[in-house]
Design a binder for this molecule. Structure first.
Ligand SMILES: [Zn+2]
Length: 179
């Protein structure tokens, strides 16, 4: 007996509804977003700073300290370039989704990086949030439209990092090639 060819792909309508429970800790962070504030909290045990902050430290299970506000600036710690289309996509590919470590925090936040061509995004790129208009603010990370490079005196980029060749830094500010 000969077995039929294995099924490789199968089209199937699929719908999933999610109820996201933020919890007491992350609710503070989400309420901050509705006020254009990026909040963090420090663990009194290991000093790790979380943003977004849960209720308890994931390392030592201590209750985190009171929330405090970060500047909102940070740097790209890793990223990927989304280059394929999919249903429901908001932006036309290619675009960059990055993990951003906010200044003063030890954790990372995932968000879009725009106003810069994907090929010019680097690990260490300094970024700042671009907030939505007042009437669009919500208890959601969508209150931040995206992050964009922070202009530096050399253009933009990790220009203060040791060993960075400033001569090769882009001379124009962000927005040069956001297709
Ligand atoms: Zn801890």
């Amino acid at each position: 007996m000969t077995l039929p060819e294995p099924v490789g792909t199968m089209a199937s309508p699929l719908r999933m509804d999610y109820t996201y429970v933020a919890g007491a800790g992350r609710s503070v962070f989400l309420r901050g977003l509705a006020q254009r504030r990026l909040l963090a909290a420090r663990c009194p045990g290991c000093s790790r700073v979380y943003s977004p902050a849960p209720e308890l430290c994931s390392r030592c299970l201590r209750r985190l300290g009171p929330p405090f506000e970060l500047t909102g600036r940070g740097e790209v710690s890793t990223f990927c370039v989304v280059s394929f289309p999919f249903p429901g996509q908001v932006y036309k590919p290619p675009y960059v989704v990055a993990h951003i470590r906010l200044d003063g925090a030890d954790t990372r936040l995932m968000h879009l990086v725009r106003e810069v061509a994907p090929e010019r995004v680097t690990i260490g790129l300094r970024v700042e949030p671009v907030w939505v208009d007042d009437d669009e603010l919500d208890t959601s990370t969508t209150s931040i439209r995206y992050f964009r490079p922070v202009p530096t005196r050399f253009g933009w980029g990790p220009s203060e990092a040791p060993g960075y060749d400033n001569n090769s830094a882009p001379s124009t500010a962000a927005g040069s090639a956001d297709a």
